[in-house]
Structures are given as structure tokens and as C-alpha cells.
Design a protein around this ligand. Structure first.
Ligand code: F6P
Length: 550
């Protein structure tokens, strides 16, 4: 297998680096030709403008060459066709099958997975309709008013982000709540706001062993049983989504209330399955299907469009070039849409859990950068928080701006104001403000030369800070589905080019195991060997919890 940094096009890109490290984006925009026309494309009503990156024809030629060096087309086909591409766990990676609206067979180990997916979708539809129509009743005969999702990581972030993002499309027949972490304050707040007779708990856990989720699920179950006094109430108020039926049953979930999650669905790619039930209950099943359709449209684009016209491939290549050219270690995602406030956190898990890897697929250490730190915030609020750093800080952070042509909640000229800020920020990051421009501005304000010389350095913006802008027609179920799938595939492409295993997550296991051992020490006299710091923290915590004499 060819190593990335031994490939021909990687070598060519390395040779281009010195020249382009001197190149300012302003100069590229000053060259003949319209960069926007050349370096933007539209897919399923999503515009991707990547022209404000240090991208030129020679660079693109070699970046696309890299995709061929690293056999990207074959890897894409292997994923869609159910090959066991998650090598370390010997699993297929088929979140795309969950939204395969064409319904063409998808084979895993000689079995078509589509019939099982369709059965689960039918079961979801039924449950959604029963809950939303008031036909699913609690133990006391009253309809469900609140759904509480208990899950963490991929079993929380997706449904939480999508329900928030699409609030404008909900009819608020059913309230949805999310409990993820083990802070007692979290679950207590939710339990205090709901009625035991009218709640439906969804225990969302692929493994059904995640300690945070299990603790919260047991607390919720005890709370319900204390209120109802009857074991039978569980059947009315608890459902599960899991690939571990035996454990879900042992917990007390009625077998008919267990929805299937397959081992070929990664947690961070799972809300397209029954993990998405909170979304479907909140918005209605038709809207959930629209979300799937949007993702499917992006899947088709990704699978069949030539690499040069392929939005996820381009987004991935621009990211790789930025990490190579600028040594950018992070990537900020800035939605100019308050509903997408949780989108960066969602992509953070998808990307960092997938591509935060240090060895290649053969287990050899890699000596190039892999997945960046993903962070972000609602752009408008971020402007008044950390944009100073983006514009004038010493660390360069490539940016993804996300906005919409039309608002899903129109109000006066709010939307125009919002989007004008989005466009202005990418322009400012790219152009900057030179010394000459700053001095001219200050002079025009009547400042003398000495004062200008003192103040000007503080007002100079170097610019040359790259960004992509993604513009949806409107934030709605279909476009959100497509947008998420776009990022999922970008992550996949980068993983293939970096030759890493994007679909496992061994890095989260170590801390989980150690927490179990420390828990035993916090609650008993058990004592394990630790370093001085950890020992000190455990002892301090235990001592500080002892009743004091004074
Ligand atoms: O954080 C690690 C992880 O394994 C994620 O990949 C997953 O989404 C999350 O834990 C929750 O896992 P489960 O759905 O099995 O409870």
C-alpha cells in the first residue's frame, strides 16, 4: 500500500509550498478570471464557495492527483457497497444505507440490509404516529407530552442538534429533552419538569453498556417506578435503541419496544437510524424522511460525481491543503444561524472521533498531521467573543462559514443583517487591512503622523486567512440532511487520504476503563496504584467529603 507521503502528488505539493507560503489571497483575487466562478459549486441547493483559499490550478491538479494516488474512488465504492472497511472492528460502515431512499440492495456478508432497515423505519413511523396522535398512552391512560432521550456522544449529539436546528418545523405537540452527562443536576432538572404518567424515555445506546447512559437510565427508571409503584409502567414509558437486545431486555425494556441499531452504524453516524426517533417524534415522520432524502442526495453526488466536481472531496482537499500549507491545526465552524448553534459540536465529534488518529491503517505511526481540532460557535455571537483572535491572533484558523439565502424564521431585516455579517467576516479575513489603508483611514479622520504611527500597527489586519462559505437556500430538513452528509463524506475522504482508520474510536476506551477503577476508590476503601497527582486528587476529594469537626 502506497504511503501518502511517498506518493507522487504529495511530493509535487511539497514542492509548491515555498512559493504559496509567500502568496497573499488578495493577489490571487487580483489575477485575471473570476475566482468565485471557478472555485464554487452548487449541490442540491447548497452553494460551496471555496475561492477564499490559497487554491490555484497547479495545487488542485496535485490534490486531485492525491485522491487517485490513494485510491479514493475505490474506497468510496467499498464503503457504499458494504465492504468491511472498519478494519480494526471488522465491520462495514453503512450509515448511507440508512438513508438509501432508492432502496437498491446493499449487501453485507452476502445479506441485503435494506429489508431490515425498511422494517425498522416502518416501526419508527408507527411509534411516531402513535405518540404524536396521542394513541400511545402512559400507564394511567394519558397521552405522551414529553420525550426524554437518554444517551451520550453519537446517541445524543445528532438528535439534539437536529431538533434544535429544525425547531421552526416542529408543531410542539411533543416536547423533547436530552440527558447525556452524569451530572445529577441535568437529569434532576428534566425530571422536575415532566409528569411520570406522560413521558416516554428513549434509552439510546448502541452498546447498552455506556456508564453515563446506564446510570441516567436507572435513575429515570427508579423515578418512574417510585411514582407509579408498578413494574408494568415500564412498558408504557421506556423504549430503547440498541444493538444489544439482551441487555436492553435485562434492563426491563419490553422486547417490542426495542429498536435495532446495527454494528455497521457508527455511533457518531447514527441519527439516521432509530437513534433519530426524538427528531421524528418532534417534527413528524415526513420531516424525518426529508432529512434522509437530503442526505441521500448528497450520497449520490458523492458517489457518482467526478472528483473535480465533488463537493465533499473538494472540502476535504482544501482542508488537507490548509493543514499542509499553513500548518493549520484547527478548523472553526461558524454558522450564521442561531438554530445551528450546536452544529459545530456535532461535527466536532464526527470529525475528531473519526480522524484523531496517530497510526496508519497498517498500524505504523504517521508523520504528517491528521484530523484538526474542530471547534465553533454561532457566528454572530462569536464575533463578540473570539473573532479578534481569528483576525489578528498569531494562530491561523481556517474557517467554514454557514448561512442561508432565506431565513426559516423571517423577521423584518434580521436575516439580511445576519448574512451581511457572514459575508463581511470572510471578506475581512481574506483581505485584511494593510498599513497603507489603515494610515489613509486615520489621516482622513484628521489624525497627525505621530499619532498614526503609534496606532496603525494595532489596526493592521494581515488578512490572507482562508475560509469556505456554505450557503443553503433555507435551513430545512432536506438541506440539513445534505449538509451533514457533506461533512460526513469530507471526513471520510480525509481519512482515506491520510490512510487512517476513521471508523473506530479506541482513543475513548482508556479513560472509560480508568474511570471504573477510580469510581471504586471514591466509594470504598479500595486503593489502586496511581501517579502522585491522581492519588492526590482522589485523596483530596475523599477527605473533603468527610464531615468536618469545626
Ligand atoms: O464516546 C465514545 C462512544 O463510543 C461514541 O462513539 C458513541 O457515540 C458514544 O460513546 C455512546 O455509545 P453508546 O451509544 O454505545 O452508548
Amino acid at each position: 500500500m502506497l504511503k501518502l507521503n511517498q506518493s507522487y502528488h504529495w511530493g509535487q505539493l511539497q514542492q509548491l509550498l515555498p512559493r504559496y507560503r509567500q502568496q497573499h489571497l488578495r493577489e490571487l483575487f487580483a489575477e485575471p478570471g473570476n475566482r468565485f466562478e471557478r472555485y464554487s459549486l452548487e449541490v442540491d441547493n447548497i452553494l460551496l464557495d471555496y475561492s477564499k483559499n490559497c487554491i490555484t490550478e497547479p495545487i488542485l491538479t496535485h490534490l486531485f492527483g492525491l485522491t487517485r494516488d490513494m485510491n479514493l474512488p475505490a474506497a468510496v465504492e467499498a464503503m457504499f457497497s458494504g465492504e468491511l472497511i472498519n478494519k480494526t472492528e471488522q465491520r462495514a460502515v453503512l450509515h448511507t444505507a440508512l438513508r438509501n431512499r432508492s432502496n437498491v440492495p446493499v449487501m453485507v456478508n452476502q445479506t441485503d440490509v435494506m429489508p431490515a432497515i425498511n422494517t425498522e423505519l416502518q416501526r419508527m413511523r408507527l411509534l411516531v404516529e402513535q405518540v404524536r396522535n396521542g394513541d400511545w398512552v402512559g400507564y394511567s391512560g394519558k397521552p405522551i407530552t414529553d420525550v426524554v432521550n437518554i444517551g451520550i456522544g453519537g446517541s445524543n449529539l445528532g438528535p439534539r442538534m437536529v431538533t434544535e436546528a429544525l425547531r421552526a418545523y416542529a408543531d410542539d405537540r411533543i416536547r423533547v429533552h436530552f440527558i447525556s452527562n452524569v451530572d445529577g443536576a441535568d437529569i434532576s432538572r428534566v425530571l422536575a419538569s415532566i409528569s411520570p404518567g406522560q413521558v416516554l424515555f428513549i434509552v439510546a445506546s448502541k452498546t447498552f453498556t455506556t456508564t453515563e447512559t446506564m446510570l441516567n437510565a436507572h435513575t429515570a427508571r427508579n423515578w418512574l417506578l417510585a411514582a407509579t409503584g408498578e413494574q408494568i409502567a415500564l412498558k408504557h414509558h421506556f423504549i430503547a435503541v440498541s444493538s444489544n437486545r439482551p441487555l436492553a431486555k435485562a434492563f426491563g425494556i419490553a422486547p417490542e419496544n426495542i429498536f435495532t441499531l446495527w454494528d455497521w452504524v457508527g455511533g457518531r453516524y447514527s441519527f439516521w437510524s432509530a437513534i433519530g426517533l426524538p427528531i421524528a417524534i418532534y417534527l413528524g415522520f415526513a420531516q424525518f424522511e426529508a432529512l434522509l432524502s437530503g442526505a441521500h442526495a448528497m450520497d449520490q453526488h458523492f458517489r457518482y460525481q467526478p472528483l473535480e466536481k465533488n463537493a465533499p472531496v473538494i472540502l476535504a482537499l482544501v482542508g488537507i491543503w490548509n493543514s499542509l500549507l499553513l500548518k493549520a491545526q484547527s478548523q472553526v465552524i461558524l454558522p450564521y444561524d442561531a438554530s445551528l448553534a450546536s452544529f459545530p459540536a456535532y461535527i466536532q465529534q464526527a470529525d475528531m472521533e473519526s480522524n484523531g488518529k496517530h497510526v496508519d491503517r497498517q498500524g505504523q505511526p504517521v508523520d504528517y498531521a491528521t484530523g484538526p481540532i474542530i471547534w465553533g460557535h454561532s457566528g454572530m455571537d462569536g464575533q463578540h467573543a473570539f473573532y479578534q483572535f481569528l483576525h489578528q491572533g498569531k494562530v491561523l484558523v481556517p474557517t467554514d462559514f454557514i448561512g442561508s439565502v432565506a431565513s426559516s424564521v423571517p423577521l423584518g431585516n434580521h436575516h439580511e443583517q445576519l448574512i451581511s455579517n457572514c459575508f463581511a467576516q470572510s471578506e475581512a479575513l481574506m483581505n485584511g487591512l494593510s498599513e497603507v489603508e489603515v494610515s489613509a483611514q486615520l489621516k482622513a479622520q484628521g489624525m497627525d503622523a505621530t499619532a498614526i504611527a503609534k496606532l496603525a500597527p494595532h489596526k493592521i489586519h494581515a488578512g490572507n486567512r482562508p475560509s469556505n462559505t456554505l450557503l443553503l437556500q433555507r435551513l430545512e430538513p432536506r438541506s440539513l440532511g445534505a449538509l451533514i452528509a457533506l461533512y460526513e463524506h469530507k471526513i471520510m475522504v480525509q481519512g482515506v487520504l491520510w490512510d487512517i482508520c476513521s471508523f473506530d474510536q479506541w482513543g475513548v476506551a482508556l479513560g472509560k476503563t480508568l474511570a471504573q477503577a477510580i469510581l471504586a476508590e471514591l466509594t470504598s476503601t479500595t486503593c489502586h496504584r496511581h501517579d502522585d497527582s491522581t492519588r492526590g486528587l482522589i485523596d483530596y476529594f475523599k477527605a473533603a467529603r468527610q464531615p468536618r469537626d469545626d
